[in-house]
Design a protein around this ligand. Structure first.
Ligand code: PGA
Length: 253
């Protein structure tokens, strides 16, 4: 089955609104239009409006990197789904390992954020992944299943139409140690199996699964050839328009 390919950048805490504008001025002419893939950017809240204005009618989708689970309320410093949407976000990254590790986000809390995003009509890229220690201890499969079950608790099958999952092994994020295509494929196949257990086969085959962790342009052909890898989520290499354009313009060899 032909799943949508997704090439997503995650800027993390980088780029002001004017830096975002200059980025897209440089990036847009470099992007080859393809009808089989979507190009997405998860940008800081403060760059949402400038980024969505800068991409204009170009086939690029802008999103946020987090939201709070509540609709509104006394949550000093937080941003709601409807606020992010009003600034131009069409999707949100949830459960990124930096949110889990540095900001104490648990699967239970992430599940509430997923619910909020779906209720308020933001698409979701749910991030999951094992640590080096969990891999060394042979716990990778159990961790991935628990994260998928926990973070998608309360999501109905039909709502999975607007959810993608990013497998990002924590040991590969920002370390330069990208997973080999075989290892990534193996983990993606596991995720698909768990999605079938949690939902059903149709859903499991439809959900786009992205790989993330030190992706560089040279990794693209081999990664994208794997049967269960439908795209990538790119941190560091998405900050440079030329490098990210090379990733988005990948050719299968
Ligand atoms: P990286 O980040 O590409 O810099 O490893 C990926 C991510 O955290 O999404």
């Amino acid at each position: 089955m032909l799943r949508q390919k997704i090439i997503a950048g995650n800027w993390k805490m980088h780029k002001t609104s004017s830096e975002a504008e200059s980025y897209f001025q440089e990036f847009l002419p470099l992007l080859q239009r393809r009808d089989f893939h979507k190009v997405l950017f998860a940008v800081p809240f403060t760059a949402l409006r400038a980024s969505s204005a800068a991409v204009g009618q170009a086939p690029i989708i802008i999103g946020a990197q987090n939201i709070h689970d509540a609709e509104k309320g006394a949550f000093t410093g937080e941003v709601s789904a409807s606020m992010a949407k009003a600034e131009g976000a069409e999707f949100v990254l949830l459960g990124h390992s930096e949110r889990r590790r540095l900001f104490g986000e648990t699967d239970g809390w992430i599940a509430k954020k997923v619910r909020r995003a779906l209720t308020d009509k933001l698409d979701v890229i749910l991030c999951i992944g094992e640590t080096q220690q969990e891999r060394d201890e042979g716990k990778t499969a159990a961790v991935l299943e628990a994260q998928l079950r926990g973070s998608l608790a309360g999501v109905a099958s039909e709502e999975m139409r607007t959810v993608a999952v990013a497998y990002e092994p924590v040991w590969a994020i920002g370390t330069g140690k990208t997973a080999t295509p075989d290892l990534a494929q193996e983990a993606h196949a596991l995720c698909r199996k768990f999605l079938e257990r949690i939902f059903d086969k149709t859903i499991a085959e439809r959900v786009p699964l992205l790989y993330g962790g030190s992706v560089k342009p040279e990794h693209m052909p081999a990664l994208m050839q794997q049967p269960d890898i439908d795209g990538v989520l790119v941190g560091g290499a998405s900050l440079d328009p030329e490098e990210f354009a090379q990733i988005a313009n990948y050719e299968l060899s």
